[in-house]
Write a protein that binds this ligand. Structure first.
Ligand SMILES: *[C@@H]1O[C@H](CO)[C@@H](O)[C@H](O)[C@H]1NC(C)=O
Ligand SMILES: *[C@@H]1O[C@H](CO)[C@@H](O)[C@H](O)[C@H]1NC(C)=O
Ligand SMILES: *[C@@H]1O[C@H](CO)[C@@H](O)[C@H](O)[C@H]1NC(C)=O
Ligand SMILES: *[C@@H]1O[C@H](CO)[C@@H](O)[C@H](O)[C@H]1NC(C)=O
Length: 487
């Protein structure tokens, strides 16, 4: 605890330094959307400027706006960063803060373990899950990932568990078949598990993953907690993101998903019916539905959140009408774990018991997920998947700073990329677009709120990725205008 507090202080002071740094680097680089190379196109010169889409978390803006005096509106207006609100608000810091500190890469957890050294390539470990036998291997292939990073610091960990996961469809016009023809092919790995479940918890996996903090591993989560919590995710519904496809498919050969961010671009869009007509509808964080059905639809099959972002949403958007995660029979809750509090809340929800400890201690999970929630409705992203997304799709320059441990893809980005890896066709609505300044932060705001940028996410890099995926024909991104030459 004391350690955390000290680290928080450190982070605060670091923040001011960062500001200076940002002001120097302040580029507001011209965004080039066309086939931008898959390199971190845009650093984390996150600005507090604006943007719309949502889904990113620093949800806490309302309550923290004042404390996080946003950087002075410098000439270029748009670039500067702020620390994420979590760091100010007295909420629990991301586990990741436990390995903050000097640039010098190599987080303590990154020491080589025997598992790592002995299993560079194809080490296989086998075990019985009870549900069925699954084979795992750790991949270490650098697969087309350009030679650019010959000496990656160990905290990156660009090797992942791999499972033999048969596709759920034979869709001929799906993402899987199209990705081969795009420049993005080198980034995709088949077999990285999107979700984690009971069968994944072994001492070997714990050893392997505990070197990665926050959402990218199991660092800071003790083995006992993992076993006790993940053991409740032990059915096939917990292993598949789209677990009920066979009941839904009817005659369709392809799985169509709508992924809905909370960006202001959705306001007055009239997209509700179109969104609801997909097989699956994904939402995240402060997704307010009531009163906005015309624009955002009414169904939710998958709701993605972390415990931290959920609590922040409930605090920050209550005034706008957010009362908690959507409740419906078809809704599944997909946890993005970046702290042991996520595991604890998940277990409480599955077992209908109060949360045992941590910030949510004593809370009744039915308050968030309703009385009818059962373990079959709960899912949890695999830390390998989050790390894979960070490393291969959203490798922000923030990873080269001392904020590397608090940086992660935003919750909305994880949701959209999870859909990209499981659905055959993905339409994305309410995500950040190059004309983001024209829209308020969220679709439910009555007056214009610019989007805040924080160093824990790289919303511009995400925006750029959505453009690339859209142009490559891998997703269909809802935009008001086709973006041609942007400045
Ligand atoms: C999962 O369920 C199977 C029975 O279906 C059981 O044998 C196995 O021990 C369970 N695994 C865990 C981790 O609880
Ligand atoms: C896809 O096609 C293969 C080969 O024809 C078949 O074995 C498999 O069952 C099909 N999968 C689905 C989900 O229809
Ligand atoms: C795309 O590539 C994957 C392997 O990377 C392969 O299994 C699949 O058959 C390919 N699809 C097409 C349409 O070429
Ligand atoms: C966005 O704002 C700019 C300048 O304020 C304006 O020129 C442009 O037409 C707007 N675009 C849309 C789609 O409203």
């Amino acid at each position: 605890m004391a350690l955390r507090r000290r680290l928080a202080l450190g982070a605060l002071t670091g923040g001011s330094l960062l500001l200076v740094y940002i002001l120097c680097v302040n580029l507001e680089s011209p965004l080039s959307w066309s086939a931008a190379p898959p390199k971190p196109s845009h650093g984390f010169t996150q600005a507090r400027s604006s943007s719309s889409r949502d889904s990113a978390e620093p949800l806490d803006r309302q309550s923290n706006r004042d404390q996080w005096s946003h950087p002075p509106p410098t000439s270029t207006s748009t670039s500067t960063s702020t620390l994420p609100p979590e760091l100010s608000s007295g909420t629990v810091l991301p586990e990741s803060l436990q390995t903050p500190s000097p640039e010098t890469q190599t987080a303590p957890a990154a020491e080589h373990t025997p598992a790592d050294n002995n299993a560079p390539d194809n080490s296989k470990s086998r075990f019985k899950s009870g549900v069925e036998e699954t084979r795992f291997r750790i991949m270490n292939q650098r697969l087309g990932l350009q030679d650019a990073e010959p000496t990656e610091p160990p905290f990156i960990g660009d090797n992942y568990m791999s499972e033999d996961i048969p596709p759920q469809t034979n869709c001929s016009d799906g993402i899987r078949s199209r990705v081969n023809q795009t420049a993005l092919i080198g980034r995709f790995l088949e077999g990285v598990p999107v979700l984690q479940w009971a069968g994944h918890v072994t001492p070997e996996q714990h050893q392997r993953l505990s070197r990665y903090p926050g959402a990218h591993g199991w660092g800071g989560v003790d083995y006992k907690t993992l076993v006790e919590t993940l053991s409740v995710l032990n059915s096939s519904a917990n292993r598949w993101l789209l677990d009920d496809w066979t009941e839904r498919r009817r005659t369709s050969e392809c799985i169509r998903c709508a992924v809905v961010g909370n960006g202001g671009i959705l306001k007055d869009s009239g997209k509700g019916k179109e969104i609801d007509s997909h097989h699956y509808v994904f939402r995240t964080n402060g997704a307010i539905i009531k009163g906005f059905e015309q624009d955002v639809g009414s169904r939710t099959t998958h709701y993605t959140f972390s415990t931290n972002t959920l609590m922040n949403s409930m605090r920050s958007y209550a005034g706008a009408g957010y009362k908690g995660p959507p409740l419906s029979e078809e809704t599944r809750y997909v946890f993005l774990p970046d702290h042991d509090r996520d595991y604890l809340l998940m277990k409480a929800a599955a077992t209908h018991t109060p949360v045992q400890r941590g910030p949510e201690r004593g809370k009744d999970p039915s308050k968030y997920f309703g009385q009818d929630v059962s373990a079959e409705k709960l899912k949890m992203y695999h830390p390998d998947f989050i790390r894979y997304l960070r490393n291969r799709f959203l490798r922000s320059k923030a990873l080269k700073t001392k904020y590397k441990d608090i940086y992660r893809p935003s919750t909305g980005a994880v949701m959209l990329l999870a859909a990209l890896h499981t659905c055959d066709q993905v339409s994305a609505y309410g995500f950040m677009t190059p004309d983001y300044k024209n829209y308020s932060d969220h679709y439910y705001e009555k007056s214009y709120h610019p989007v805040g940028f924080y160093i824990n996410h790289d919303l511009r890099m995400e925006m750029s990725l959505w453009q690339q995926l859209h142009q490559a024909g891998l997703i269909r991104l809802y935009m008001h205008e086709e973006v041609g030459n942007h400045k």
